[in-house]
Design a binder for this molecule. Structure first.
Ligand SMILES: Nc1ccn([C@@H]2O[C@H](COP(=O)(O)OP(=O)(O)OP(=O)(O)O)[C@@H](O)[C@H]2O)c(=O)n1
Ligand SMILES: C[C@](O)(CO)[C@H](O)COP(=O)(O)O
Length: 231
């Protein structure tokens, strides 16, 4: 259990899911009886340390209002063109009553383990610096486009996951500055690295997959079934 801290969760959920190839955003695909987004919000709502949940949703999204959020304390804000824009919009919405810390978690990662989230929060709060869930790569990694140029040494390679947890003001400033400069920001850690801020790598489960392509959805359905059996 983490001591009482001021921690807000931000859930970027404004993507179109183009790689999933559907006629609706992938976060509304079902896994069992709930949508991916409902699963993700339900997971975050079970983390005692999280005081509020801000979800960035496209203004054109007609699905969110039909979700069964079981009276979850969730606030909707507008998404943006890219994931980083959606996250920044959500961060700006917190300026009037800023939290100390903010945890950003992809809507598309419903399988996240609550124990991993608690571990990330403990690691960051105890160290006084931000960090991300990550897992070491398990395969041999090749560099190249359609032909292998060479094998990349993998002893220091990690796959970045979410949640990613950082001090709120520092993340807001770092992300705002990065986007103003036109930097390519695909996760919060890259904005923090750009600002020379520390980013801890906290080991997380590799089944915390981001549901991106059709085969990910099939795998997620199996994994969620296994997860629910173990509760
Ligand atoms: N403009 C965007 C783009 C993405 N996301 C969110 O960021 C998370 C990770 O992004 P990704 O997996 O790339 O989702 P999509 O952008 O929807 O997928 P694709 O790139 O295949 O279109 C998702 O929860 C997605 O909803 C967002 O909030 N706003
Ligand atoms: C944030 C992230 O999930 C970490 O791996 C990833 O960068 C999101 O990338 P995407 O292209 O927006 O899915």
């Amino acid at each position: 259990m983490n001591k009482a801290i001021s921690l807000a969760a931000v859930v970027p959920a404004a993507g179109v899911g183009s790689r999933m190839g559907l006629n609706h955003p992938k976060q509304y695909l079902k896994i069992g009886d709930k949508t991916i987004l409902e699963h993700t919000l339900s997971k975050l709502s079970q983390v005692d340390t999280i005081n509020q949940i801000i979800v960035a949703v496209s203004d054109e999204d007609g699905y969110f209002e039909n979700l069964n959020l079981d009276n979850l304390n969730v606030t909707r804000v507008s998404g943006g063109k890219e994931r980083a824009d959606s996250v920044l919009n959500a961060l700006k919405s917190l300026r009037s009553n800023p939290p100390e810390w903010v945890l950003v978690h992809d809507a598309a990662r419903p399988l996240v383990d609550i124990a991993d989230i608690d571990n990330l929060i403990s690691s960051c709060i105890n160290a006084g610096e931000g960090g991300i869930l990550a897992c070491r790569v398990k395969d041999t990694i090749k560099k190249g486009n359609t032909h292998s140029e060479h094998t990349v040494p993998r002893d220091q390679l990690w796959q970045a996951l979410t949640p990613q947890l950082f001090p709120y003001q520092v993340l807001l400033q770092s992300l705002e500055s990065a986007l103003e400069d036109g930097a390519l920001i695909t996760d919060e850690a890259s904005a923090m690295e750009r600002a020379n801020q520390p980013v801890q790598l906290v080991c997380g489960r590799s089944d915390n997959i981001k549901i991106t392509t059709p085969e990910d959805h099939a795998l997620a359905c199996f994994l969620m079934e296994q997860q629910q059996k173990s509760i």
